[in-house]
Design a protein around this ligand. Structure first.
Ligand code: 5GP
Ligand code: ZN
Length: 113
Protein backbone atom coordinates (compact mmCIF):
# COMPACT_ATOMS: atom_id res chain seq x y z
CA UNK A 1 0.00 0.00 0.00
CA UNK A 2 1.31 3.47 -0.91
CA UNK A 3 2.49 5.79 1.84
CA UNK A 4 -0.28 8.03 3.25
CA UNK A 5 1.78 11.22 3.18
CA UNK A 6 3.10 10.51 -0.36
CA UNK A 7 -0.56 10.31 -1.39
CA UNK A 8 -1.27 13.63 0.36
CA UNK A 9 1.67 15.26 -1.49
CA UNK A 10 0.30 13.86 -4.79
CA UNK A 11 -3.18 15.22 -4.00
CA UNK A 12 -4.71 11.72 -4.04
CA UNK A 13 -5.80 12.28 -0.42
CA UNK A 14 -7.11 15.77 0.43
CA UNK A 15 -5.31 17.96 2.96
CA UNK A 16 -5.39 21.57 4.13
CA UNK A 17 -2.18 22.92 2.65
CA UNK A 18 -0.42 25.77 4.42
CA UNK A 19 2.83 25.80 2.45
CA UNK A 20 4.47 24.10 -0.52
CA UNK A 21 7.72 24.46 -2.45
CA UNK A 22 9.94 22.18 -4.56
CA UNK A 23 11.06 19.97 -1.68
CA UNK A 24 8.65 20.54 1.21
CA UNK A 25 4.90 20.29 1.85
CA UNK A 26 3.09 21.51 4.99
CA UNK A 27 -0.52 20.89 5.99
CA UNK A 28 -2.86 20.92 8.99
CA UNK A 29 -2.86 17.84 11.20
CA UNK A 30 -6.21 16.04 10.99
CA UNK A 31 -6.33 15.63 14.81
CA UNK A 32 -4.85 18.90 16.13
CA UNK A 33 -3.31 18.72 19.61
CA UNK A 34 -2.89 22.51 19.87
CA UNK A 35 -4.55 25.58 18.26
CA UNK A 36 -1.73 25.48 15.67
CA UNK A 37 -0.75 21.95 14.63
CA UNK A 38 0.97 21.73 11.26
CA UNK A 39 2.84 18.80 9.74
CA UNK A 40 5.90 19.72 7.67
CA UNK A 41 7.18 16.93 5.44
CA UNK A 42 9.82 16.39 2.76
CA UNK A 43 8.34 15.60 -0.66
CA UNK A 44 10.93 12.87 -1.00
CA UNK A 45 9.81 9.72 0.82
CA UNK A 46 12.05 9.30 3.87
CA UNK A 47 10.50 6.84 6.33
CA UNK A 48 11.86 8.28 9.59
CA UNK A 49 14.84 10.01 11.21
CA UNK A 50 16.56 6.61 11.01
CA UNK A 51 16.72 7.09 7.23
CA UNK A 52 18.28 10.56 7.23
CA UNK A 53 21.77 10.51 5.71
CA UNK A 54 24.38 12.65 3.93
CA UNK A 55 22.47 12.47 0.64
CA UNK A 56 19.05 13.57 1.88
CA UNK A 57 19.72 15.68 4.99
CA UNK A 58 19.64 19.12 3.28
CA UNK A 59 15.85 19.05 3.33
CA UNK A 60 15.89 18.86 7.14
CA UNK A 61 17.49 22.29 7.54
CA UNK A 62 15.07 23.60 4.93
CA UNK A 63 12.16 22.19 6.97
CA UNK A 64 13.37 24.23 9.95
CA UNK A 65 13.50 27.35 7.75
CA UNK A 66 9.89 26.63 6.74
CA UNK A 67 8.93 26.05 10.40
CA UNK A 68 10.35 29.47 11.36
CA UNK A 69 8.56 31.16 8.45
CA UNK A 70 5.22 29.48 9.22
CA UNK A 71 5.52 30.23 12.95
CA UNK A 72 5.89 33.94 12.12
CA UNK A 73 3.03 33.87 9.59
CA UNK A 74 0.72 32.01 11.99
CA UNK A 75 1.49 34.42 14.84
CA UNK A 76 3.10 31.96 17.25
CA UNK A 77 6.77 32.92 16.85
CA UNK A 78 6.89 35.43 19.67
CA UNK A 79 5.11 33.33 22.32
CA UNK A 80 6.96 30.18 21.30
CA UNK A 81 6.17 26.75 19.92
CA UNK A 82 7.52 23.23 19.60
CA UNK A 83 8.83 21.25 16.62
CA UNK A 84 8.73 17.48 17.15
CA UNK A 85 9.56 14.44 15.05
CA UNK A 86 8.59 11.07 16.52
CA UNK A 87 10.72 8.09 15.47
CA UNK A 88 9.69 4.44 15.57
CA UNK A 89 7.42 2.60 17.97
CA UNK A 90 8.87 3.89 21.23
CA UNK A 91 8.88 7.43 19.84
CA UNK A 92 5.17 7.16 18.98
CA UNK A 93 5.54 7.38 15.20
CA UNK A 94 2.36 6.24 13.44
CA UNK A 95 2.99 7.44 9.88
CA UNK A 96 6.25 6.25 8.35
CA UNK A 97 6.96 9.24 6.16
CA UNK A 98 9.27 11.64 8.02
CA UNK A 99 7.30 14.57 9.44
CA UNK A 100 7.80 17.45 11.85
CA UNK A 101 4.91 18.56 14.06
CA UNK A 102 4.77 22.37 14.46
CA UNK A 103 2.74 22.93 17.65
CA UNK A 104 1.77 26.24 19.22
CA UNK A 105 -0.94 28.73 20.09
CA UNK A 106 -1.09 27.67 23.75
CA UNK A 107 1.26 26.95 26.66
CA UNK A 108 2.47 23.44 25.86
CA UNK A 109 3.07 20.81 28.54
CA UNK A 110 6.65 20.78 29.76
CA UNK A 111 6.87 16.97 29.99
CA UNK A 112 8.72 15.53 27.01
CA UNK A 113 8.06 11.88 27.84
P1 5GP B 1 3.04 10.63 14.34
O1 5GP B 1 2.14 9.98 15.36
O2 5GP B 1 3.50 9.63 13.29
O3 5GP B 1 4.16 11.42 14.92
O4 5GP B 1 2.14 11.69 13.62
C1 5GP B 1 1.26 11.40 12.58
C2 5GP B 1 0.28 12.53 12.53
O5 5GP B 1 -0.41 12.45 11.29
C3 5GP B 1 -0.78 12.48 13.64
O6 5GP B 1 -0.71 13.66 14.41
C4 5GP B 1 -2.09 12.35 12.87
O7 5GP B 1 -3.16 13.08 13.45
C5 5GP B 1 -1.73 12.85 11.49
N1 5GP B 1 -2.50 12.25 10.41
C6 5GP B 1 -2.74 10.92 10.22
N2 5GP B 1 -3.47 10.72 9.11
C7 5GP B 1 -3.70 11.96 8.58
C8 5GP B 1 -4.40 12.41 7.42
O8 5GP B 1 -4.97 11.65 6.64
N3 5GP B 1 -4.43 13.75 7.19
C9 5GP B 1 -3.81 14.65 8.04
N4 5GP B 1 -3.90 15.93 7.73
N5 5GP B 1 -3.14 14.25 9.13
C10 5GP B 1 -3.09 12.93 9.41
ZN1 ZN C 1 5.86 8.69 1.80
Amino acid sequence: MECLFCQIIDGKIPSTKVYEDETVYAFKDIHPMAPVHILIIPKQHIASINDVNEENSAVISHIYEVAAKLAKELGIAEDGYRVVSNCGENGGQTVFHLHFHLLGGKKLKVEMC
